[in-house]
Design a protein around this ligand. Structure first.
Ligand SMILES: [Zn+2]
Length: 139
């Protein structure tokens, strides 16, 4: 049962997938692309709640990348069967193996923060701004 100040699971998921602060919904949490701020500039919520917190984000990133590689491999083999050409299949997969983890890194981290808040609700004082529930919106 979440505490009174912890947003609903749907809100936490939406904020995580859209790279917003899970606690208050603040955006603009990354420097350049890959560096997540240590804490929310609006509510002060520290994203790394304990040492090793982001191992889960790395795990989700790895699973998503390997899933995309597997889909690409199966689709590539399926589309070119029986004359499978290795190099035209390998080059995009190598690019994906490098680029996809970088592209989804900040989203994996904010999503992991949201998932962590689903399992371990906000402690008193972790977020100083009262949470405002938002419904998912496009744009
Ligand atoms: Zn915040």
């Amino acid at each position: 049962m979440p505490s009174a100040s912890t947003p609903s699971n749907g809100t936490l998921f939406w904020r995580g997938i859209t790279r917003a602060c899970a606690a208050c919904g603040q955006r603009g949490l990354t420097r350049r692309w890959v560096t997540l701020r240590e804490e929310c500039p609006r509510c002060g919520f520290r994203f790394e709640r304990k040492p090793g917190h982001f191992v889960g984000a790395v795990g989700m990133n790895t699973i998503a990348t390997f899933a995309l590689l597997l889909i690409t491999l199966v689709a590539g083999i399926g589309l070119t069967w029986p004359d499978v050409r290795v190099i035209p299949l390998l080059v995009p997969m190598l690019l994906m193996a490098v680029l996809v983890p970088l592209l989804i890194h900040p989203t994996a981290k904010t999503l992991w923060v949201g998932i962590d808040l689903m399992m371990n609700p906000l402690e008193p004082g972790e977020s100083v701004v009262e949470s405002e529930e938002r419904t998912p919106q496009q744009g």
